[in-house]
Design a protein around this ligand. Sequence first.
Ligand SMILES: Nc1ncnc2c1ncn2[C@@H]1O[C@H](COP(=O)(O)OP(=O)(O)OP(=O)(O)O)[C@@H](O)[C@H]1O
Length: 249
Amino acid sequence: MLKISHLHKTFNTGKVNQVIALHDVNIEIQKSEFVVIVGANGSGKSTLLNCISGSIFPDSGSIHIGNCAVDHLREHQRSKWIARVFQNPLSGTAPDLSILENFRLAALRTSSKGLRIGITERFKNTVKDRIAELGMGLEAKVHQPMGSLSGGQRQALTLLMAVMDGLEILLLDEPTAALDPRSAETIMKTAAKLIANHQLTAVLITHNMKEALAYGSRIIQMAEGQVRRDVTGAQKTGLTPSNLYEWFL
Ligand SMILES: Nc1ncnc2c1ncn2[C@@H]1O[C@H](COP(=O)(O)OP(=O)(O)OP(=O)(O)O)[C@@H](O)[C@H]1O
C-alpha cells in the first residue's frame, strides 16, 4: 500500500514567485492497484511523483509504503521499492553502454554485493529471456549500445530494467509523451503487462485521455495542487473521452 497523507509543497516560499504546488494531498493506493493521474499543466502531478520518489521533500505530510514511513529516505534509498520511468526515453539509461551493461547497472541499483560479480552467462541469459518477452527481437542485440536503439525500443527496455529487482511501486511520468502512436501503444501494453505480472502498485501520469481510460482501475484528477476527482470501478469504466475533457473546462 502507498499512503500519502496531508502532503504540502510550496516553491519559493515568501517570494513574489511563490507557488503552492501541493496543498493537503491525501491518497491511499492499495497494493497492485494501477492509478492514472490526469490534470492541467501545473496542477501538481509531477511534484507529487517527485515527493513519492524522494527527488524532492515535501514541506509537511507523510508518505508510507506499507507500514514503513519513507519520508526521511532519499531517492536512492527508496529505489529499493520505487522505480520511475520518465517521458524522455534518453533519461535513465547510458547511451554508450550496451543493453546488457545497462541491465547490469540497473541490477546493481539495489544490490551492493553484485558489484563484485560482473556479467555472468546466467545473468546474460536471464536478461535475454526477459527482453524476448517484449516481442521486439531485441534479445539478439544485447551487445549493441543503448544509444543505437529507437526511442520506443529504449523506453521498453527502461521499463523492463525498472522492474528487474523486487520492485513494489512503478511511477510512470508521461512515459509515452515523446513516442509515435504505435510505439506509445506498445509501451503502455508492455507496462500494463509488467504491472500485472509483477503485481506492482503503479501510478501513471498522462495527458492522453485515451490512455487514461484504457489503463488502470482508477483515475485521479489533480487541480491546483489538490485532488479534485477520484474515480474508480464501474464509475471509471463508464467514463468516455468527452467526460474527461469536460473535467478540464
Ligand atoms: N522546482 C520548482 N521550482 C519552482 N516551482 C516549481 C518547481 N517545480 C514545480 N514548480 C511549480 O509547481 C507547480 C506544479 O508543477 P508540476 O510540475 O507538479 O505540475 P504538473 O501537473 O506536473 O504539470 P505538467 O502537466 O505541465 O507537467 C507549477 O506551478 C510549477 O511551475
